[in-house]
Design a binder for this molecule. Structure first.
Ligand code: FAD
Ligand code: SF4
Length: 473
């Protein structure tokens, strides 16, 4: 680290240390990580570019306010345990967030270096670097003594995990109820292994178990239990609803029920959770399409398209009704998908799927669109171009056009829902039921990992305050 007149001086004119990405032609054929992460030398070099700003704009861009300049300084000083502890004060899942947060719109998007014409600090890479050191530097937080209060957390995605961890540290007796056979929510069943290795999610769940959090899997709340049972029969003092927004939206066009047409939830769950890519070692099959068409433009569509490539497709087309500019996916995900060979087809919308002689989907009829006036989302509305129909061969189609709230868990908790079926909750996660808090996608609609986690942490603080009064910190 250069010192000038006894003061630290950043090498901020140096270019950003590049990510260690596996070449596209290699990685597109397997489910191994796309990016192997910074080495210690890379992390030190990149940390040296940070200006350690007095008014750090990066922190303003972080939804949970991580003290970014401090953890970067600690990397520079090679105090990796200290750096990890700094992040963990605000974010329990640095290995996850370092990999999947949309940093380009958050911390990195706000970094002052953007204004100097240089690349922002690679904050996500540095966060991931520290997060991945969890085992080597040892970072099991200490819990307060048991306070005798019981909380049920429903859903084990990032929001449930964050809430359960924060409550366990406060001395609560916490049990997480999860509908699936394993924990992690979208981190496990949605985001593919090549972007987020499942060993990392498992490590975080195991960390919660070390704090005393109990997990009940295959426990579909609203079918196995309802809110009254939790409070009257099972002795819970509070409940945190973090059931996500996993109900897929459908295109509602002819042929959507044909075999070979999947919604992205099913497609990704088969591969990620049920390991269908290793069929018959694992007993869930998946259709390996040759010509795959994925409909959508978000992260889910990118994950489905890149998964199809790794399952051996000859061609994968991402069909989107607007243009690349309006795609909600992370820029990095679109870039990676295109590098790997995914073809983007802009301004098209599907009309109908048609079956071949074997009864499976064989082609899709589409029509071209053009952009009209902006709609309520501020993006220009796609408008049909009359007489522009055409066909594409497709033996697997995946629809990734968004999700809705899954209604029955929320109904079981006896809380007010808004007109779209999401739970109404204030910024502390309080709902209309004084014993029930809620947060994450089931309140906001499909959003991000960091926002879901932030909501879980906020709700844990509110639950502690309500149940412990002045004894809560
Ligand atoms: P979830 O993660 O959805 O977890 C909810 C959990 O509740 C699930 O495990 C579910 O099984 C369980 N559950 C549901 N109903 C019940 C019930 N009745 N009883 C018991 N348990 C129940 N965000 C990013 O920031 N970056 C990304 O790159 C990114 N990529 C994504 C890719 C995909 C494929 C998907 C689907 C989403 C992606 N997201 C991404 C969004 C992000 O994952 C979500 O915003 C986040 O996971 C929401 O967290 P959550 O805890 O609210 O819900
Ligand atoms: Fe470092 Fe950028 Fe944050 Fe300034 S804004 S402290 S340069 S990461």
């Amino acid at each position: 680290m250069p010192l000038v007149n006894g003061k630290y001086r950043a090498n901020n004119k140096d270019p950003r240390v590049p990510a260690n990405e596996v070449p596209a032609e290699v990685r597109a054929k397997n489910f191994e990580p796309v990016d192997t992460g910074y080495t210690t030398e890379d992390a030190l070099e990149e940390a040296n570019r940070c200006l350690d700003c007095k008014k750090p704009m990066c922190v303003k861009g972080c939804p949970v306010g991580i003290d970014i300049p401090t953890f970067i300084r600690q990397i520079r000083e090679e105090d990796f345990a200290g750096g990890l502890a700094t992040i963990r004060e605000s974010n329990m899942l640095p290995s996850v967030c370092g990999r999947v947060c949309p940093q380009e719109n958050q911390c990195e998007g706000n970094c002052i270096l953007n204004r100097t014409g240089n690349n922002p600090i690679a904050i996500g890479q540095l966060e991931r670097f520290l997060g991945d050191m969890t085992e080597s530097v040892g970072a099991t937080p200490v819990c307060k003594p048991a306070n005798g209060k019981k909380v049920a957390v429903v859903g084990s995605g990032p929001s449930g995990i964050a809430c359960a961890g924060a409550l366990a540290r406060e001395g609560f007796d916490v049990t997480v109820y999860e509908a699936f056979q394993t924990g992690g929510g979208v981190l496990t069943y949605g985001i593919p292994e090549f972007r987020l290795p499942k060993a990392i999610v498992k490590r975080e769940i195991d960390g919660l178990k070390d704090l005393g959090v109990k997990f009940e899997y295959d426990a579909v709340v609203g079918r196995l239990y309802d809110g009254d049972e939790f409070f009257n029969d099972m002795g819970y003092d509070a409940m945190y609803m973090a059931v996500g927004a996993g109900l897929p939206k459908f295109l509602n066009i002819p042929g959507e029920n044909l075999p070979g047409v999947f919604c992205a939830n099913e497609y990704l769950t088969r591969v990620n959770l049920m390991k269908a890519m290793d069929f018959p070692v694992f007993d869930t099959p998946i259709k390996h399409g040759k010509n795959v068409v994925v409909f959508g433009g978000g992260n889910v569509a990118m994950d489905a398209a890149r998964t199809a490539l790794r399952l051996g497709a000859d061609s994968v087309t991402l069909a989107y009704r607007r243009t690349e500019k309006e795609m909600p996916a992370r820029v990095a995900e679109l870039h990676h998908a295109k590098e790997e060979g995914v073809r983007v087809m802009e301004l098209v919308s599907p009309l109908e799927f048609e079956a071949g002689e074997d009864g499976f989907v064989a082609k899709v009829k589409l029509e071209r669109m053009e952009l009209g006036e902006p709609d309520e989302s501020g993006r220009r509305r796609p408008v049909r171009v009359e007489g522009s129909e055409f066909e594409l061969p497709c033996d697997v189609a995946v629809t990734a056009i968004g999700t809705n709230a899954n209604p029955f868990a929320s109904m079981a908790a006896d809380v007010d829902l808004n007109k779209w079926g999401y739970i109404e909750a204030d910024e502390d996660g309080k709902t209309s039921n004084p014993k029930v808090w809620a947060g994450g996608d089931i309140v906001t609609g499909a959003a991000t990992v960091i926002l879901a986690m932030g909501a879980g942490k906020q709700a844990a603080a509110s639950i502690a305050k309500t149940l412990l009064g002045d004894d809560a910190e």
